[in-house]
Write a protein of this length. Sequence first.
Length: 277
Amino acid sequence: MRVTGTLKPFLAIAIGALASGCASWNLEALSQAPAKGSGFTQTLAREYIDFAKFERDQMQDFVDAEHFAVKGYRASRGEVMPPEDPADWKLPPDKRAELDGARRRLVAALEAGGRTAAPEQAALAQARFDCWVEQQEENFQWDHIARCRNGFNTALARVEQAMAPAAPPDGYRIYFNFDSAEIGAAGAAAVVAAATKASELAAPAITIIGHTDRAGPEGYNMTLSLKRADEVRQALIRAGLPAVRLTAIGLGESRPQVPTPDEVREPRNRRTEILFR
């Protein structure tokens, strides 16, 4: 793990020679000092400091302990620290694409308001992502890698759920079988009810949002979610609604109704929602 020159002054003053034990008390003092800033930065500070202690005490990895202690210190001052960039780490080539994709998903949620919508879960997602990157670089403690990765996925799913649009009434949510875009009998009844309600309200615009569970590749699920939304759109057209008022979008596995780890089949996440705007 490289340490950039911009961090050197703090390393010298606040952390010092962790490897020799001369300044190991700094982490304890830092963890007891009151953190400043938002709920996001305060939680992030605690997570980074705890991870720095783990790297120092359990793993004897003093370089990475210093790095995350610095991030913890800066977060405790109220600074919004970015998640790690996988390009800065010596990762196994076959793990790079997964981590790059996970970071893009994390940054998208954070920048779209995740730090405010679910501050603690957003901080947990970032901290777990960073520990996933660090552990993946070492690439031998499989249980640690899995714990960080699963923690990231669970926390980020909760952030995305907190940011999701308000759910429509249950009658306007249509569920699907696994790996299917076919509208069943219950879904067909929901389409008719939604079309009737839209006509009564004279809703100017209707958005149909397709979702999947987290089983299967992310790209495949994005395509499947759009197919589900389009099937419902076509059914609403057949029910008498003008096509010009209907917009179908797919969000893939990014906004689960029920947060789950990756590769979990969850029936309640295989759905399409009909929203009146």
